[in-house]
Design a protein around this ligand. Structure first.
Ligand SMILES: [Zn+2]
Length: 209
């Protein structure tokens, strides 16, 4: 039912981590998928790596999922300081709404503990007031999560997600970037609804046309 989908990623890798499997499925089904990232989180890079490392990894990861380079948008807000840039971020989101006119927006959960993620979630629901919105799951950032929206996936979608995450070599020390983690989490989410695999989302707003 959705034709144009926009993923809002506070930092490079959040989009792939939160909904990489669903994006692989949407693209396979011929839907348009856009991704906007708001910071390359240069300050979170391990020491000694070039400052464009995460941007290069993000381009490789999104291309592995199949998102065309022309469907990527990147802003450069300072990592961990998004709350102070709330208004500027909202203005960018309103431009994205006008230019892309998506009918589904995927963003971090409203209760996500990271201040940058929460800012994107809050401003995102404000900017995209008239369309369907789902909050994606980043379990290490959630104290609780409403299990109320599942997107069923095939193993091939998760293999694409894992291959995309493998592009983030600078983040390979993070347990949640491993293929085993991706498959295990999707297996748990699938089992909750009697499917082999799924990604879990918070249903924030559903508009049925
Ligand atoms: Zn993040």
């Amino acid at each position: 039912m959705f034709k144009r989908i926009l993923v809002l990623a506070p930092h490079t890798d959040d989009g792939e981590l939160g909904c990489g499997g669903a994006v692989a499925r949407f693209l396979e089904e011929g839907r348009e998928v856009y991704q906007a990232v708001f910071s390359a989180a240069v300050r979170s890079l391990p020491e000694g790596l070039p400052s464009d490392t995460l941007v290069r990894e993000w381009k490789a990861a999104t291309s592995t999922l199949g998102i065309p380079a022309g469907s990527l948008v990147r802003y450069d807000f300072p990592v961990r300081e998004f709350p102070a840039w709330r208004q500027e971020i909202l203005e960018k989101l309103i431009i994205l709404r006008r230019e892309l006119n998506p009918d589904l927006v995927l963003l971090p959960a409203l209760e996500d503990l990271h201040q940058d993620h929460r800012t994107i979630a809050r401003e995102g629901i404000r900017a995209f007031k008239q369309v369907s919105v789902l909050g994606y799951e980043l379990p290490w950032n959630n104290l609780e999560f409403r299990n109320n929206c599942f997107i069923i996936l095939q193993e091939s979608h998760l293999q694409k997600k894992a291959a995309a995450l493998a592009c983030y070599r600078s983040q390979s020390h993070r347990k949640y970037c491993r293929e085993e983690f991706v498959l295990n989490l999707a297996g748990i989410r699938g089992a909750q609804i009697g499917a082999d695999f799924a990604e879990l989302f918070n249903l924030i707003r559903l508009v049925i046309k």
